[in-house]
Structure formats: C-alpha cells, structure tokens
Design a protein around this ligand. Sequence first.
Ligand code: PMP
Length: 344
Amino acid sequence: MNNKINAYNSVLELVGNTPIIKLNKITDGLKGNFYAKVEAFNPGHSAKDRIALHIINTAEQRGILKPGATIVETTSGNTGFSLAMISMIKGYKCILAVSDKSSPDKIDMLKSMGAKVYVCPASVAADDPRSYYEVAKRIHEETPNSIYINQYFNELNIEAHYQTTGKEIWEQTNGLVTHVVICSGTGGTISGVGKYLKEKNPAIKILGVDAYGSVLKKYHETKIFDENEIYSYKIEGLGKNLIPTATDFDIIDQYVKVTDKESALVAREISRAEGIFVGYTSGAAFQAVRQYAELGEFNENSNVVVIFPDHGSRYMSKIYSDEWMQEQGFLEIENQDEIEKIVV
Ligand code: PMP
C-alpha cells in the first residue's frame, strides 16, 4: 500500500473530462443511439468552466494577468459563476456587471464565490453609460492589470471547446459519433466541437439549437441580421439578439428553433426519466433532438451526442417550480394531477 494521499490540488483540476451517459427512456420511439455529455459534472456545474479557465490561463501565459489582477465580465449566468470560482482559487479579483433583471439568488451565488457585483439598469440602451456593457468596459479601462472576458466576441471561447469538449467527444465515442446536437448562445461550444469533429470526420453532422426570439437560425440560412426575429423569451443562455463572432456559422450544418414551453417540459422529463438533474437549455437540446428526428435526420446506426450545458439546481424558482410553470401557462392543471399521481 502506498502512503500517498490521492487528492486533487484544487477543483481546477476537475474542469472538463465530463462523462457521456446513454439516454435510455426519453429516447422511446426514436431511431438511433443517444448519449448526453453532462456538463454539470464540472466543478462550477456548467460548460462555462472550460472557457473561463482557458481564457484566464491564456492571459497568464501571455503575461497579461499578473498577481492581484482583475477579471471583468458582464454576465450573471454560468460564465460569471465560473469566472468568480476560478478567480478566487487563483487569487484574482472578479468584477461582474449584471442587469437588474438577474434574480437575487443569482447575484448571491456570484457573491458567494467572492465576486464583486455591480447591478445595472436593464431598461437603458446598450450604449448608455449606465448599461452593464458600458459599466464593464469602464471598469476594465480604469483598472490597470485587468482583462475583459467578452465571451461573445472572444475567439478563445471557441478554442476552449476545440481543445477539450470536441476532443473528448471524439475520444469517448471512439470516433463513432455521427451527429452532435448543441445549444448556441455565444456559439463557442458548437463552433469548437464542430471544428474538431469536422477535422476528424467531415461527415459528422453539427446540429444547432436556437430559440424563437433569436436571430441565429435566420442569419445562418441567409447571412441577414433580421431584427424582426427578435422578441423576448424565457430560456437563458440560448440564442441571441446580435451576431457573436464566437460563432463559426460555416461549421454548423443546420439549426432548429425550440419553444420556451417545450424546452421547460423536456428538462423536467429528463430529470424524472433519466435521473440527470439538468438546466433549461438541456431541455432545449433534447427537444431539438426530437425535432431533428422528426425531420428524418437519424437512423438505426446514428450515434447522437447531445450536450447538456448545466445543472438543474440553478432553475429551482423557474422550470422546477410548478407555480412558475403554471404562471407561464406551461403546466396545465391536468398535467399537475398527472405529476401528483406519479409522485404518490
Ligand atoms: N446553455 C446555457 C445554460 C448557457 O449559459 C449557454 C451560454 N450562453 C449555452 C447553453 C450556450 O453555450 P455557448 O455560449 O457555448 O453557445
């Protein structure tokens, strides 16, 4: 017996190398084999750990980040949490400018990881000096030894997923993967994974997921930025009202759009049927799998990998709250009775 203690040096060593898990029940009636890459296994419970770590490590290697430096970003979501976690471990300050639409729970989560949070009005235009974009830019400009992550326009976002997520999917499937289905927000995940897999085997289909209310699908098909596509919707992290340069549209074969309601119901179904507690966009991703199946995309020999981007615990007051679901009109009373029957 050796007397060494098998410990990780910090949670940073646990970023990436997430498992892929066969989906067994929600796939009823679909042709093919379906596997989820479950990003909630990252220490910060989402795929954003990968980009946060890669961007910070790269800035260190380039000599931009020195001890005591400050990391600045504009999100209350998963990226903010990952940046705060990594900054704390590495000894950097983390400042996040977020909109006052962010829930108090989310702001408290960021603070619990040591971030300083500026809450900015959501009601002002992006170029207003009070907007969270402008506040973040100003903090970055005025703070020496700081970096602005800017995930929607940072090519390292794609590179992080090219070097890790894409490679892992290829290796975990022994090259047998035929399709991936991936949510598109910044586009970093789908573009990085897509680039890696297409280099290995150009026949692999890179299938995107967009939201109703977002411009990405239309832009992919027409190269036109159509403002008429934009309206408000509930799913956080999916789709966008601008064209991110962190999306490589040429790598993506096709997009489908999914609704708030179906995505929420499917996320709840995944949790109950598979025992994998997933976030809202995981529901969106599997809803897209069903839509692609209807379009005839898969056959018996298809090996489909779908990415589940984050953990369900972030959505307790939303998709996992029956009250919230009813307020949105997503859960009818009959459904509620059904749920109670299952629970009993
Ligand atoms: N799901 C969630 C919960 C997210 O926060 C994001 C990031 N915006 C995505 C999916 C999409 O990932 P990406 O930004 O890499 O396109």
